[in-house]
Ligand binder design. Sequence first.
Ligand code: HEM
Length: 463
Amino acid sequence: ELHRIPHPPRRLPVLGDVLGADARTPLQDSMRMGRRLGPIFRRKAFGKEFVFVWGADLVADLADESRFAKHVGLGVANLRPVAGDGLFTAYNHEPNWQLAHDILAPGFSREAMAGYHPRMLDVARQLTARWDERESAGRPVDVPGDMTKLTLETIARTGFGHDFGSFERSAPHPFVTAMVGTLSFAQRRNVVPPLLAPLVLRGADRRNDADMAYLNRTVDAVVAARRASSGPGGHGDLLDRMLEVAHPDTGERLSPENIRRQVITFLVAGHETTSGALSFALHYLSRSPEVLARARAEVDEVWGAAGEPAYEQVAKLRYVRRVLDESLRLWPTAPGFAREAREDTALGGEHPMRRSAWALVLATMLHRDPAAWGERPEEFDPDRFAPSAVRARPAHVFKPFGTGARACIGRQFALHEATLVLGLLLRRYDLHADPGYRLRVAERLTLMPDGLTLRLTRRSAGA
Ligand code: HEM
């Protein structure tokens, strides 16, 4: 069934298509292969064959929920030991998925989001305080490092009433170090041959166990603190929902074990990708003076020169939002997702797939398909997301948040947070790129601009 799908020409007996592959950048390797081999291709590694899809038509077909569903595979499956049947890593058939989805979805309603807004502002204020210090000292800022502090504090405080104190530390919080450890380990397990794994990963295995134990301990402490404090209710945040809310129809509740999985899931899924999205956006803004000027003019006009934006004023930054969308187009920080066939079917009417066969959607390449994005897909241009341009494109060509029932539950949360923070930063600072910097994308399942720093100057006017 696979013979019609192209693959690289030279294949090694045991290793497969690993020639020229770099274990640290499996995604960017796959992008290179995709450019050569076309909209659907196979990549073999260590006796396993993976099918990659990025052509706009084929991805639109995979988005058909009646024939396809999320597949928990590759990196996502490797996170099962730590995230279990939490929302992100649950198999479709596991009852805790629907239960947790129904209990937690109202935690992302408009009303809930408006409640998070003041705490998001608190965290943003800590970021600008830190950046003011760097600015006065004439020192550059570590963009991915500081965005990670910001997004971790934001999800921890809004969702769980917990303060990691990230901005009071010079090094990343150990929670972040442990999280990066488990994400990198999950990625590495995809690129090490199973036969060699016990040998190659022995030390890493032990470190990973320690990382997972640390994540569990941290989360258990957060839950215990809430149980011990004022007790139930009052916070109205995600943790309250997890601990207190019963399913509206069945009356069922989440078990303590599942709550632990959900807290880890939300602390990780709720900050890592948003941090990357903000970092890429700041990179492109610092390199695109015209875009920056337009975005800033919008902030000045909609928010005024001073004072803190109200909840409703954030979504009014339409152009800033386009900057974010365009950054997520080029570097969707969760760069792919997997889809499996619900029944025997033919992908695109052409490629037979048996029930439960699956393919990986390469979002980075879908977002560069000239059929959907034109002849210069590498160019950064937020006007691609102007309403008329969006209407002119087919559906399913922009998928940074996945698709269908298992799409990102935190999408509005991420967009509100990121738009708010970009608005505040644009209003306050001029951004100066390091002229020597060339974008390098680091991979740890998610994407991050590696080593990105910016110099800042306070704008003379403005808050
Ligand atoms: C699922 C991307 C922010 C929580 C997903 C998926 C993608 C994604 C692609 C689907 C994965 C798959 O199909 O296997 C992103 C990006 C974000 C972001 C790019 C930021 C720019 C957030 C935030 C939260 C969150 C802020 C929580 C506050 C989740 C959860 C799931 C998920 C719990 C699993 C949903 C389910 O299967 O029911 N995300 N996400 N994400 N995301 Fe996000």
